[in-house]
Design a protein around this ligand. Structure first.
Ligand SMILES: NC(=O)c1ccc[n+]([C@@H]2O[C@H](COP(=O)([O-])OP(=O)(O)OC[C@H]3O[C@@H](n4cnc5c(N)ncnc54)[C@H](O)[C@@H]3O)[C@@H](O)[C@H]2O)c1
Length: 550
């Protein structure tokens, strides 16, 4: 189509060609992308192979020879060690894994004063994150061994956690390069529109212990990939893992002013959340703490010129619906895996089974048989099914809810083989016939306790799911495609799994995060996640000529 010169525009000039947005950077992005292979998930180890098992044993023996890790408060180039927090092996609490300094008030202040957004171009930041992924790859067994000891992660879970951390680094590195291109906008003659994204500033990252490397690193990597400064406040149960991931980032080239490590208890996180110098809070943890953070972040103290953004991934009460036509041979192992891997201490773990009344009794009987023979034991033992829970409080909490289930309903099964040593072991338990108002059916227990409920049909099950304030993960076992479609339509959860286990989300394949009171709806490991860490800027330029300046 011929170019029609708008009135007032100089006819002798060639028509304004709208340059591709950020053309120069585009070329650089292509170069970077060519160097970076398309994203793929880091392959997990084949733990059934003898030589791999021997390597794990070797890595653990090496780990055990070394003294406990000393985890510093790490601000800029300064490290201050201390032993305010002692992290121990949940399976043998007398074994000290790490000793950490707890950040004092003035250190929170110092970290905020030192924090500077990472101004390097996105391509350079991406290269550093990819180098951090390589750092972890090269130390993969060493890091997994630390997780086995510090958080009682069984080997397959520890290995998967390190792989997920590598995935986050690789995925967000690529995402940051794409984001730096801005977003395409409609262009019309006489006008140039451009949308770009700038870092928000300082991100307080507050992480839980149950994915001690992957979640802490994922949130931190997202903050850094987008050019922010990150201050990491890890869970008090896993400072050793947090130190290792901070080393990975620093040694890969993240500038000291862009990343600080502040180990400590909850009050360190609370101080960060309330400080006007923090722009974004990336939190993963319990509902109670998450709601407190959302409330505190809404305050705008005098002098604060921005609204804080909260990214909160919180707890759930995850339900699996089992229809009457479900194949129990498939359902039982998937439920056992979903509820008891890592002792039920995954935010995605199955907690309630809503089973059609036609097969309820058969399912309870089959599940009971499977749960009674689960082996509970030390996380480093490849033969066990269920490791100890993280700490004594967790052990007591599970026992309290099991007692509640016994008094309100019945215990349909309990694992027989549970060590009676000093570790924080909790018996995998199946509860049934509970009253609908039982707290066992509504509270997040975060341990190896699964409850089965009898429902009239799938719609009854959907009504019960819908009545819950949580909406993190969910599952469905059904063969009728219409039923599958109906449940998908009615499901409020962030991640629904059909005819499979409900844990084990993979970066880029199952972007992860909850709705309702389970989270702010952001999806870690998904295409929109990095947008939470930036602010958009739109520039519109009038490209019509206004005469020459002489
Ligand atoms: N949705 C998800 O993606 C996801 C993933 C993992 C874990 N979780 C949830 O995390 C919980 C288990 O982890 P946890 O026990 O470490 O959770 P938690 O809420 O006790 O602690 C999480 C972090 O918050 C800090 N903290 C505690 N009080 C604080 C306060 N007042 N202000 C600021 N920070 C504070 C803790 O020190 C820790 O670093 C479960 O509820 C689980 O469902 C959710």
């Amino acid at each position: 189509m011929a170019y029609v010169c708008p009135p007032g525009e100089d006819k002798r000039k060639p028509p304004p060609s709208i340059p591709p947005l950020n053309a120069a950077v585009d070329v650089r992005r292509d170069i970077v992308h060519a160097q970076m292979k398309p994203f793929t998930n880091e392959p997990i180890l084949e733990l059934r192979r003898g030589p791999i098992r021997a390597q794990l044993a070797g890595a653990l023996a090496e780990h055990d020879k070394r003294p406990a890790l000393h985890v510093p408060v790490w601000i800029g180039d300064d490290q201050r060690e201390g032993a305010d927090i002692v992290s121990t092996d949940p399976g043998r609490p007398e074994r000290v894994v790490a000793e950490a300094a707890a950040a004092a008030k003035d250190e929170v202040d110092a970290a905020l004063r030192a924090a500077r957004p990472w101004t390097a171009p996105a391509e350079e930041r991406a290269q550093v994150l990819v180098r951090a992924a390589q750092w972890l790859r090269e130390r993969r067994l060493e890091v997994a061994a630390l997780e086995v000891r510090e958080c009682a992660k069984p080997w397959p879970e520890a290995d998967a956690d390190v792989c997920e951390a590598i995935d986050f680094l690789e995925y967000y590195a690529r995402g940051a390069v794409d984001l730096a291109q801005g977003a395409p906008l409609l262009q019309v003659p006489g006008e140039r529109n451009e949308m770009t994204y700038a870092p928000r500033g300082v991100v307080a990252v507050i992480s839980p212990w149950n994915f001690p490397v992957a979640i802490a690193l994922g949130m931190t990597a997202a903050a850094l990939a987008t050019g922010n400064a990150a201050i990491l406040k890890p869970a008090e149960q896993s400072p050793g893992c947090a130190f290792v991931l901070t080393r990975a980032l620093r040694e890969a080239g993240v500038p000291p002013s862009a990343l600080a490590l502040l180990p400590g208890e909850g009050e360190v996180g609370a101080a960060l959340v309330r400080d006007p110098r923090v722009h974004t809070i990336a939190f993963t943890g319990s509902n109670k703490v998450g709601l407190d953070i959302v409330r505190a972040a809404a305050e705008v103290p005098p002098g604060q010129k921005h609204l804080k953004r909260v990214i909160a991934e919180m707890g759930g009460k995850n339900c699996v619906i089992v229809d009457s036509d479900a194949d129990l041979d498939e359902v039982v192992p998937a439920l056992v895996k979903s509820a008891f891997l890592y002792a039920g201490q995954k935010c995605s773990a199955a907690a309630r089974v809503l089973c059609h009344e036609a097969i309820h009794d058969a399912l309870v009987e089959r599940l009971a048989g499977a749960i009674e023979v689960l082996e509970v034991g030390q996380a480093d033992d490849l033969e066990i099914d269920v490791p100890p829970v993280i700490e004594e409080d967790a052990q007591q909490r599970v026992a309290r809810y099991a007692a509640e289930a016994q008094s309100g309903g019945r215990i349909a099964a309990r694992a027989r083989s549970v060590p009676d040593g000093s570790g924080w072991f909790a018996a995998p338990t199946l509860a049934a016939d509970l009253p609908t108002d039982s707290p066992v059916l509504s509270d997040e227990i975060f341990g190896p306790l699964l409850a089965v409920e009898r429902v009239r049909d799938v719609d009854d099950a959907c009504d019960r799911v819908d009545a819950s304030p949580f909406a993190l993960t969910g599952g469905l076992f059904a063969r009728n495609p219409d039923t599958v479609d109906r449940v998908i339509e009615r499901s409020p959860v962030g991640n629904l799994y059909v005819n499979r286990a409900i844990t084990g989300a993979m970066v880029a394949r199952q972007p992860f995060g909850g709705n309702r009171l389970s989270g702010t709806g952001t999806k870690a490991g998904g295409p929109g996640y990095l947008l939470q860490f930036v602010e958009p800027h739109v520039v519109t330029e009038n490209t019509m000529r206004h005469g020459l300046v002489v």
